[in-house]
Design a protein around this ligand. Structure first.
Ligand code: BTN
Length: 335
């Protein structure tokens, strides 16, 4: 048996229960005694948990001798905030939240190896070792972005898994548009979402498979939501939704829209033999670069040419001086 690598504790479930209670009584002061009774603990423990919530950024007023009230609706990706909106999806029942973790993808891969069910979701307020494709890191500032990994167990051969990454890109696209239709994201094959040429989202799909059968897939989504700036080395290539629109976005609302959209895409992939074609078609429609664009594939020095759409499994076709080539891996640089 493999020892679990991810020993970071999940966020104390009582924090979510306190938030839910305060939301349910948003206009009044809730006494420490009532909270203590509801969550089955002492008043002093409630005080300690409220301090933790404040550290997480939840704005709670403490009223001497009467209790607590919410000053503003918290935007934390707690299961209690998301689950009610995810009823009926495969993501409603196994939501895991971390205040701080190395990487949600690592947590999801570990959990998958230990038998976690399909539809498990791993969310973090902050990642200390967020991973991107190749050896890259994912900048994961606390409570600004959405850092989310979902565990799927599709009945597919490994060669067909790319379509799931493309479906995740579509889900991000439609979630953003559902919240603000003025924002027009551009999908960049295979795993980026851009706004005005800058990256707003990256997707890291990892899997464990036999030669002919996938055991599990983890789709990790990093979405820049409320960052107001980026470190110097990212400034020219990264953007956030807040930088795009000039307003704060609700991460809870966006994350729920994203998971609902991903649920729809994944269900139809499982149930409808035509779904894969629909994903490829819609991806091409929402990408300015999969057709007729001069590209160069990094880690593949010879591959330069003009994009010619996707093949039946979702791989990028590029017309080079030597004929049409299929890009199986590597980063596509747009010229
Ligand atoms: C890329 O663009 O290279 C992919 C970035 C993927 C980042 C997300 S954030 C949530 C999940 N956990 C990780 O460590 N990585 C993915």
């Amino acid at each position: 048996m493999r020892a679990p690598r991810n020993l970071v504790p999940q966020t104390d479930v009582r924090l979510g229960r306190i938030v839910r209670l305060l939301i349910a009584h948003a206009t009044v002061v809730v006494s420490g005694t009532k909270i203590a009774e509801e969550i089955g603990t002492s008043r002093s423990e409630v005080w300690r948990l409220v301090q933790q919530l404040r550290k997480l950024g939840v704005d709670i007023a403490g009223h001497p001798s009467t209790g607590y009230s919410l000053k503003a609706m918290p935007d934390l990706l707690l299961p209690e905030m998301l689950a009610p909106q995810l009823q009926g999806t495969i993501f409603a029942k196994h939501l895991h939240h971390y205040y701080k973790i190395g990487s949600t993808n690592t947590a999801a891969m570990d959990a998958a190896g230990s038998g976690a069910p399909e539809g498990s979701v791993f969310l973090a307020e902050e990642q200390t070792a967020g991973r991107g494709r190749g050896a890259s890191q994912w900048h994961s500032e606390r409570s600004s972005g959405i850092y989310c990994s979902v565990l799927l167990r599709p009945a597919l051969p490994p060669s067909d898994v790319l379509v799931i990454t493309l479906a995740a890109g579509l889900a991000v696209h439609s979630a953003i548009q559902e919240i603000d239709s003025r924002v027009v994201p551009d999908l960049k094959w295979p795993n980026d979402v851009l706004i005005k040429g800058k990256k707003v989202c990256g997707i890291l799909t990892e899997m464990n498979a036999e030669i002919t059968r996938v055991r599990y897939v983890v789709v990790g989504i990093g979405l820049n939501v409320n960052q107001s700036s980026f470190p110097a080395d990212l400034q020219s290539i990264a953007t956030s939704l807040r930088l795009t629109t000039g307003t704060e976005w609700s991460r809870v609302e966006l994350c729920a829209a994203l998971l609902k959209s991903l649920d729809r895409e994944y269900r139809s992939l499982k149930e409808n033999p035509e779904a894969s074609n629909s994903i490829l078609r819609r991806f091409q429609e929402r990408s300015s670069s999969v057709q007729g664009r001069q590209v160069e594939v990094e880690e593949n020095a010879d591959l330069k040419g003009v994009t010619e759409g996707l093949d039946a499994r979702g791989f990028l076709q590029v017309r080079t001086a030597q004929g049409v080539r299929t890009v199986l891996s590597g980063t596509v640089r747009l010229s």
